[in-house]
Write a protein that binds this ligand. Structure first.
Ligand SMILES: [Zn+2]
Length: 163
């Protein structure tokens, strides 16, 4: 899956970073201070996404407006940078971008709500920050946006992959 683009998302575009992580894309998140930083990131293979007009015309930079994040995610898809066929939904930590690992139920006892512990069929954990996920835990309003705006059913795509 390493042919997929990696993204460096400007700190002002938190929701865009979250969209990318929901889809399973490597989406680092931080400040962009200098043009040479952008060059370094591009050399490292990152697509730089920013809402800062200062970088708007720098080659290789994708300019997005923060206030319109659902449309921005659509824009990434229209540019061919994100594709449902190559996405791996719910495989990354939304908080820190870590790649989730399967974890035995016993190991996360006491770390999730009791009803979730009793009913969820499987759990995964972020090796970087320790956050625990289960089927459904990634699903929120943003996932609905993918369905409404892009016509992408992430729940089905996620199932297909883990099956
Ligand atoms: Zn994490």
């Amino acid at each position: 899956m390493e042919h997929r683009p990696r993204f460096f998302v400007d700190r002002m575009l938190g929701k865009v970073a979250k969209c990318l992580r929901i889809l399973g894309y490597d989406a680092r998140y931080g400040s962009i201070e200098t043009a040479s930083q952008i060059q370094t990131l591009r050399h490292e293979g990152y697509v730089v996404v920013t809402g800062n007009t200062r970088w708007r015309h720098v080659p290789g930079v994708l300019f997005c407006q923060a206030t319109r994040w659902p449309e921005q995610c659509r824009k990434l898809a229209d540019a061919g940078l994100v594709r449902l066929e190559e996405a791996d939904p719910f495989s990354r930590c939304l908080q820190c971008n870590g790649v989730l690992e399967d974890v035995a139920k016993e190991e996360i006892a006491g770390r999730v709500p009791e009803f979730v512990y009793a009913t969820a069929p499987a759990f995964s954990r972020c090796p970087s920050c320790g956050r625990v996920y289960w089927p459904g835990s990634h699903l929120d309003k943003m996932t609905d946006h993918f369905q409404r705006i892009m016509g992408w059913n992430l729940k089905e795509a996620g199932k297909r992959r883990s099956a």
